[in-house]
Design a protein around this ligand. Structure first.
Ligand code: TRP
Length: 333
């Protein structure tokens, strides 16, 4: 991506927090490579955010590599887009500090994710966890994106980034672009295969509840065969059929078929056949992703070369915005 196109710009970041699930894939990641056709795209692995909870060093590094390899495997193209690791671009931490000085204690105290995480990790309620939204605001504002794709759980953080940008611009003039949330057309919300009232999550203690993007075909099929359904035995969307609704949602996200088409396709057939077909569709969707992932992760040198080159390109954008903000404040920068 060059610095002078007329395309609108999109920024997306993902934390390197281990296994990504089919829910992450269908809910967000699957859309990311497609955005490259319509926008100038910037993608980052948000490693600085990950240390708000304690990380084991070797595992943490592996997860950063793994997340980069996965982003390449789903089809992000480092020639067309910028793909980098957040900590490699110093401007994020620098602007993060600055924006913290334009963010109120009260605003950050109201963040629901902070309240949830503070309750969950009561022994490690650190400053980083509290200030997390100001770092995220820096990630965003440095690149002046028009759009930021966010799921429901990050909406409040995007809101505060917008508030901070508006406040800063109000004092110093037009420094930051105020980004809009980007809601992709088909962002499926995938539920647990064992308890379809809950979102599919890698932290679920029941491994049959979720499918990892990198799961083997055998594991994927086993999990779909065991998916919780109901006693109705009719493949169609229904108010009291959360398990089947979820499987239909998954099948629909993969095939592009409507609920009605799916109901017609499985008319007169039992849940066994349906679950098998959904399992096969998931396996076929994820097979090329897993294969490409294996190639990328096997060559750490090449992977490093890709994200380092990405950081150099990102820094050009980021440093320009950082410099502007610093000089406006009055720093001799
Ligand atoms: N906080 C986001 C999450 O946990 C990840 C993230 C970090 C992000 N910086 C961002 C998302 C900037 C969008 C824009 O999912």
């Amino acid at each position: 991506m060059s610095e002078t196109t007329n395309q609108k710009r999109v920024l997306s970041c993902i934390q390197p927090s281990g296994m990504l699930t089919l829910g992450n894939y269908l809910g967000a990641l699957k859309n990311w490579p497609k955005m490259q056709d319509d926008f100038d795209c910037i993608y980052a692995v948000a490693d600085l955010h990950a240390i708000t909870v304690r990380q084991e060093p070797a595992k943490f590094r592996q997860q950063i590599y793994s997340t980069c390899a996965l982003l390449l495997a789903i089809g992000l193209d480092p020639e067309r887009s910028i793909l980098f690791v957040q900590s490699n671009v110093a401007a994020h931490a620098q602007l993060g500090w600055v924006l913290g000085c334009y963010t109120q204690f009260g605003e950050l105290s109201r963040m629901t994710q902070f309240k949830d995480k503070a309750a969950k990790h009561a022994d490690n309620v650190n400053l980083g966890l509290f200030a997390y939204p100001t770092l995220m605001a820096a990630d965003i504002l440095l690149y002046r994106p028009d759009f930021v794709p966010v799921g429901a759980d990050q909406k409040q953080h995007l809101e505060i980034a917008r508030d901070i940008a508006l406040r800063f611009n109000h004092i110093y003039g037009d420094v930051f672009t105020v980004p809009e949330p980007y809601i992709p057309k088909a962002g499926a919300r995938i539920m647990s295969l064992q308890d379809p009232s809950k979102k599919m999550s890698k932290s679920d203690e029941n491994p049959n509840a979720w499918v990892a993007i990198l799961d083997s075909p055998d594991d994927i099929m086993r999990k779909f065969k065991r998916a919780v359904t109901d006693s109705d035995a009719k493949v169609c969307v229904g108010a009291d059929k959360p398990g089947i609704n979820n499987l239909i949602g998954i099948y629909s996200a993969l095939t592009g078929r409507t609920d009605e088409q799916i109901a017609a396709e499985f008319e007169g057939q039992g849940y066994g056949v349906f679950k098998q077909r959904v399992g096969e569709a998931v396996i076929e969707e994820l097979r090329p992703v897993r294969e490409r992932y294996e190639t990328y992760i096997a060559d750490k040198g090449e992977l490093e070369a890709i994200y380092r080159a990405g950081a150099q390109k990102a820094a050009k954008f980021a440093d320009r915005t950082l410099g502007k903000a610093m000089r406006k404040i009055g720093f001799a920068f």
